[in-house]
Design a protein around this ligand. Sequence first.
Ligand SMILES: Nc1ncnc2c1ncn2[C@@H]1O[C@H](COP(=O)(O)OP(=O)(O)OP(=O)(O)O)[C@@H](O)[C@H]1O
Length: 282
Amino acid sequence: MFDVVVKDAALAYGEKVVFNHLNLTLDGGKWTCLLGGSGVGKTSLLRLIAGLSTGKGLTTSGSVVCQDGFSLKGRIAWMAQQDLLLPWFSVIDNITLGKRLRGSTFNLSHLFKPSIKSSIKPWTKKDGIRSWLPSHKKVPPEEIERAKHILEQVGLVDKSGELPQNLSGGQRQRVALARTLMENRPLVLMDEPFGALDAITRLNLQDLACELLKNRTVLLITHDPLEALRLGHHIYHLQGQPATLTEAIMPPGAPPRSLENSELMSLQGELLERLRNEGKHS
Ligand SMILES: Nc1ncnc2c1ncn2[C@@H]1O[C@H](COP(=O)(O)OP(=O)(O)OP(=O)(O)O)[C@@H](O)[C@H]1O
């Protein structure tokens, strides 16, 4: 597993410098967590690492280098707070979509719901969507088997034919996790993936993600110090303007750490105080 090194990174929107001279190493096979107040630049940093920083008025510099000498292209999976499931595709079609898009001459218009006037069968009709999804058959059978295995791992194999609208928020986020696993990428960038969930579902998903993403290199953005402390090998606090990173906190023990760990609770108090003070000064 390779380290990913962000060297001397800078990013600005017009005159507003979000960060500059920023250095960060994501240890291979480990979880790095990033805390910080709203608007400090966490998502901007994630997007910079993913190579998604483009747009009018945006300037960037610095480098993101894999220590194994290869490019990061095609080696990143992304998981966001919104599950981004396509509502007219079943669970299994959603998690195999990436394979289908890459494995065929797929027409992007097929991602969008057909109009009523269209000659294509409405998606609500039984099996309509499958016949409407032309490259469905191009997902190799072994990939369908793998998708089913992953759905088993996230506890949703019985929901594989359901539409997202029939799932709870926690179940939908488990589908999003399954889609991330299906991508099978060594670097996983997560932008508050559990932020919208209730406390118990969030704890359960933290445990599941920790188990299933073992040995991947993960960068997790979260607003929740406890989440960072349960999952992170290294925890950084991004603060100020331009933003800088604090020294890493390395909580004791292996993730996912237990809530009964008293050291974790005291570190949580410290981090909450830091975040609160940061809010007072911004
Ligand atoms: N496209 C854009 N154009 C101009 N300014 C932007 C743009 N995107 C973000 N910003 C600004 O850059 C700063 C950093 O934004 P970013 O989304 O990275 O913050 P964040 O730490 O992820 O915030 P949050 O925790 O609220 O999601 C903010 O002040 C934001 O207003």
